[in-house]
Design a protein around this ligand. Structure first.
Ligand SMILES: C[S@@+](CC[C@H](N)C(=O)[O-])C[C@H]1O[C@@H](n2cnc3c(N)ncnc32)[C@H](O)[C@@H]1O
Length: 204
């Protein structure tokens, strides 16, 4: 890992992931998490202030640098978090263990989103919920053209984030039923701000 990815990118990510639009979505969705919670790509822990105090969170993220911020937030907000530096594509948890999984703006970056969702499917209990907020492929052809063009450069400066993934289709392909889905642009450049948010459950 180079100096940029190790020392500069974590600071940038922690800052840009705190815009008012993103914080509003965290506040709307994260409080729905109940019981044993798996957070995939917990990053700097920006969802932690919005959890119900009763939950027990397992936070998976290979970035030890981002976890420094997340540990502070867990302490400040009195949230019980076990931090794990595994990758989401190969979780150590047993089958049917979690009541809720949470993933926010990470399926874009995790190298293999399909393997990740198959793992989430495996470790969620029957009737468990996956709460998701992701950016991805826009519905407008002229925006998609720019997403595809910019993606190789964007990936290099953002630690591997993709502009043009389709999280809703990935959920269906990996055996989830989407109970609720809202889609739309947030403020900012359209190629970076088309968001998918909602709740899905594993077909079991
Ligand atoms: C854009 S950040 C989002 C962080 C956080 N979810 C949020 O909402 O602020 C993407 C996160 O995915 C994490 N990530 C990358 N590869 C991963 C993997 N294989 N497994 C789990 N997390 C991964 C990164 O370390 C980073 O924390």
């Amino acid at each position: 890992m180079g100096i940029y990815d190790k020392y500069v990118l974590p600071k940038i990510l922690n800052m840009v992931m705190q815009t008012p639009d993103l914080t509003k979505l965290r506040a709307a969705l994260v409080p729905m998490a109940k019981g044993r919670v798996l957070e995939i790509g917990i990053g700097s822990g920006l969802n932690l202030p919005f959890y119900d105090k009763q939950v027990k969170v397992t936070g998976v993220d290979p970035s030890a640098e981002l976890q420094v911020y997340a540990r502070d937030l867990a302490r400040d907000h009195a949230i019980d978090v076990e931090f794990v530096t595994d990758t989401a594509e190969a979780l150590a948890s047993e089958n049917n263990f979690f009541d809720t999984a949470v993933v926010t703006w990470s399926l874009c970056t995790i190298p293999n989103a399909t393997d990740t969702l198959l793992e989430v499917h495996r470790v969620l209990k029957p009737g468990g919920k996956l709460i998701f907020v992701e950016h991805g492929r826009a519905p407008d052809a002229h925006v998609v053209k720019w997403q595809d063009r910019l993606n190789p450069t964007w990936r290099k400066i953002t630690g591997g984030c993709n502009l043009n993934r389709e999280p809703d289709q990935s959920l269906i392909d990996t055996g989830f039923t989407i109970d609720h889905l809202d889609q739309g642009y947030l403020r900012g450049p359209r190629w970076a701000t088309y968001n998918y948010r909602g709740v899905a459950q594993p077909n079991k």
